[in-house]
Design a protein around this ligand. Structure first.
Ligand SMILES: [Zn+2]
Length: 145
């Protein structure tokens, strides 16, 4: 197993704990080719938008307002992320995969999802996987490469 892959997924796991999402905390870390951290993100509402329990516990409202971890990491990057790697605690959804590709990320590493997550996000994982393949973005689960 790639030592840095394991370290950066560990960091993404830490960042995921900062999420207030009552369902799933997701963390993402973007690194450059020298394993330097370029950006990080976790899933949550936009800055200054009230994320009180009432809004967080309303599933539909939460889903409409939440920025995904990968999206936040891309938004917070202060440099071009072309050629960078993104590490995510969960496999990216199709919308995030599209943005990851468009931003020029070269490689995606995700932790192996739990079975219930994989079942819930099966369509997204399939679409994301197809797009990564077509776009030439390397995708692998931690430990499988
Ligand atoms: Zn997403």
């Amino acid at each position: 197993m790639n030592k840095w892959d394991s370290r950066m997924i560990g960091m993404a796991n830490l960042v995921a704990t900062w999420s207030k999402d009552p369902s799933t905390g997701v963390g993402a870390v973007i690194t450059d080719q020298k394993n330097r951290v370029v950006s990080m993100g976790f899933n949550g509402f936009p800055r200054a938008v009230l994320d009180d329990d009432e809004k967080l516990m309303d599933r539909d409202e939460r889903l409409r307002r939440t920025i995904h971890a990968e999206d936040n990491a891309l938004l917070f990057a202060r440099q071009d992320v072309t050629g960078c790697t993104i590490y995510v605690t969960h496999p990216p959804c199709a919308r995030c995969a599209a943005k990851i590709i468009q931003a020029g990320i070269a490689r995606v590493v995700a932790a192996q999802p739990q079975q219930d997550f994989a079942a819930r996000w099966a369509d997204d994982m399939r679409s994301a996987g197809e797009m990564f393949t077509e776009a030439g973005v390397a995708f692998n689960f931690l430990g499988n490469q």
